[in-house]
Design a protein around this ligand. Structure first.
Ligand SMILES: Nc1nc2c(ncn2[C@@H]2O[C@H](COP(=O)(O)OP(=O)(O)O)[C@@H](O)[C@H]2O)c(=O)[nH]1
Ligand SMILES: [Mg+2]
Length: 373
């Protein structure tokens, strides 16, 4: 199971647009018929029009059904996102309605085509064509609500975070303003993607870096793992469960400088909560904003920054490590780019050990990588 690429789902037209498109295509198909005999010609025209309208509607609808990701093939993370963003029942039902309408349109075209075959007078032929159009329009009218739902859902779904469940994933938790987004940006190759959770108006970042062909994904958690427990509703709990399922490791970022506005006492409470919300996920606690931590010796800090900068020139050079003497945690600074490489090294090691000791944690499609999904 890879990740759903929400950006690739096709646009959904309105019923009116769909019918306009289908009927004008059908008219062209009818106009293209040539036959000297008026009865033959009209019968053929009406048959073509009815057939073409049915076919083009059904193929458009079935193409949508095929290109909209099926819930059964999604990771639990994606399912939780769909549930929170638009509701899985409505999602499933709307795609089912498209499938139903596609079959109905073809059925109507076939039934009226059969009727036309036996006709010898012109007026009933026109009448049969009109009747087919009427029935097709009414079938389409019945799925109008479903199409409206899908059209709106597409806008919502396109902004969801995308996580590939076959690659390592790091969940970055911590109180608001501790520097989660900044950490993700400083660890990522390229710019992190901006995404949205359905639970918060805050934007979130999804970044990644690669090491030995593995893609380590970093996902932000505003509105999910940055505030106290009692405020979470059921749907947020499902999303947290999904994060635990997809997350190999949780990086819990602290801000000992308290410059983000949250006291250490509250941050420690949150840490305990996050640990209990993600009981299966190993946790690394990191102290951020190292440049503002008073307990750190300034000479030592300067040396670390210098060594880390030297890694740009010589990536195989020694990786500096700095810990907060007050807590023993690894220290990073996103703004001064210190401790980042040490953290990256730690992550790669921890995930490597986890995958080595637990071969069952290898993704299902470890050998066959399907990049098309
Ligand atoms: N001094 C300092 N400020 C930082 C550092 N990392 C983040 N910040 C600042 O802290 C504020 C919140 O950072 P942000 O990444 O948005 O926090 P988030 O809410 O946890 O995602 C911003 O003003 C950042 O510039 C750091 O390493 N050092
Ligand atoms: Mg942020």
């Amino acid at each position: 199971m890879g990740s759903v690429v929400w950006r690739n789902i096709p646009t959904v037209l309105t019923v009116e647009e769909l019918l306009d498109k289908a009927f004008s295509k059908a008219k062209k198909a009818g106009d293209a018929v040539v036959d000297r005999d008026r009865v033959y010609r009209t019968r053929k025209q009406m048959t073509r029009m009815v057939g073409s309208a049915g076919d083009s509607l059904s193929s458009t609808l079935l193409e949508w059904v095929k290109r909209w990701p099926s819930l059964d093939k999604m990771s639990s993370f994606d399912v939780a996102m769909v549930e929170a963003a638009v509701g899985c029942d409505d999602y499933r039902q709307s795609l089912g309605a498209c499938q139903w309408a596609a079959h109905k349109c073809v059925e109507i075209a076939q039934q009226n085509g059969k009727k036309l075959r036996r006709m010898v007078n012109l007026p009933p032929m026109h009448e049969t064509r009109r009747e087919a159009y009427g029935r097709i329009s009414s079938v389409m009218g019945r799925i109008e609500g479903n199409l409206d739902f899908l059209r709106e859902a597409r806008d919502t779904l396109r902004s969801l975070p995308m996580i590939d469940s076959t690659e390592p994933c790091l969940v970055v938790a911590g109180a608001p303003n501790v520097g989660k987004s900044a950490l993700i940006a400083s660890m990522s190759s390229g710019k992190p993607e901006i995404a949205a959770y359905p639970f918060t108006t805050k934007q979130l970042h999804v970044g990644h870096f690669t090491n030995r062909r593995m893609k380590y994904q970093l996902v932000d958690t505003p509105g999910l793992l940055d505030r106290p427990m009692e405020e979470r509703n059921q749907i947020e709990m499902q999303a947290i469960a999904a994060l635990e399922h997809v997350g190999d490791l949780c990086l819990f970022l602290m801000d000992p400088s308290e410059s983000g506005g949250t006291s250490m006492e509250i941050q420690n409470n949150l840490l305990n909560e996050v640990a209990s919300l993600l009981p299966q996920t190993p946790l690394i606690v990191i102290d951020g904003k190292g440049d503002l931590i008073e307990d750190i010796d300034s000479d030592e800090w300067a040396a670390v920054c210098e060594m880390e900068a030297a890694l740009d020139e010589n990536p195989d050079g020694p990786i500096p490590e700095i810990r907060n003497p007050a807590t023993g945690h690894l220290v990073i600074s996103a703004t001064e780019s210190a401790g980042i490489e040490r953290l990256r090294f730690e992550i790669i090691q921890r995930i490597g050990q986890m995958r080595e000791t637990d071969p069952l944690s290898l993704p299902e499609n470890w050998h066959i990588r399907d990049d098309s999904v």
